[in-house]
Design a protein around this ligand. Sequence first.
Ligand SMILES: [Zn+2]
Length: 366
Amino acid sequence: MKPNNRFSRQKNLTDFGSEGQNILQRSSVLIIGCGGLGSPVAMYLASAGVGRLGLVDPDRVDLSNLQRQIIFSEKDIRKEKVLVAQEKLMEMNSSAKVEAYLKKFSGDWALEIAKDFDLLIDCSDNFQTKYLLNDLALVLKKPFVQASVTGFEGRLMSYIPGKGPCFRCLYPNVPKTKIGNCQEEGVLGPTVGVIGSWQALESIKVLLNISGHDKFKILEDNLLAFDFLTNSQYSYQFPVRAECLCQMDSKKIPLGQDFESCDFKVDVECISWQESCLMPKVKYIDVREENELESGTIPGGIHWPLSCLLKNKFPDSIPTDSTLVVYCSKGIRSQQAVSLMKGKIDHVRIYSLLGGINAYSLRSIL
Ligand SMILES: [Zn+2]
């Protein structure tokens, strides 16, 4: 393999050239989330010659991931996402340094790891991570490329320290709800593929921009929004909010105070169907709503709808001699339910079932 040939197509671009390539080679990016967005982002950045990539994700590959998380294959099911992705990226570009962090991005650890990278890239699917990343970018004065996909809609923006507005300038109030959920939301693979590819492109442009190579326009004061249902694309220019955290002294910015209550807590333990079968005594808890039960339930389980848990209504008798495994449709709401239960039930171990009832339904295939 001739090293000079590898990047010739992009080095031939007048506005990129060898200078652009050298900048990418010297750069490091931290990609949080190895899912639908993280797959194309990581693959394109490793292929483009970014010198060092950090991958953060605590999850394992599930069958339901394969429809959109294109870095994974059937043989990867149940393996740790970051380790599989690390191996794939090294195969794509053996000169790239790829670091895998099999951990939830949170707390002091997130601060410690983020400070060693040039660019933070949000490929997560929850508000906690998005706000934490934004605030880390403010504290550490790091650029931050943010993307999200909900249904057929995609959004993309960048934050450049000391320049444009931040994520909180646009979304000042931390939502008290989740981003979609497995009951309400679905997604097509190409939707996250388009946004993830655009996010990879924006990341390359930001890396060049912060290194003084300013030929490209970046989304530093624009939110780019796509509606794939109608083929519409919008660009919203938005200002810095005078009272935003990004206008504070970076040393005084609190980390994590206002988003601890949004989404589910971060200390939820997840378990696969197969692992739960190996446990001696398990009680399955179905937190789906009444109208979802006709699609099937796990025999012998208990029905405690999430809507009741959210109203602080817990069942009168809680098993004391069994491990509780909580499930919903795909394993998202069940994490929220486990988080709610943990404050009320402390005498048994509680897990969220990875992949939800779908994982149970697919047990014979797997
Ligand atoms: Zn701001």
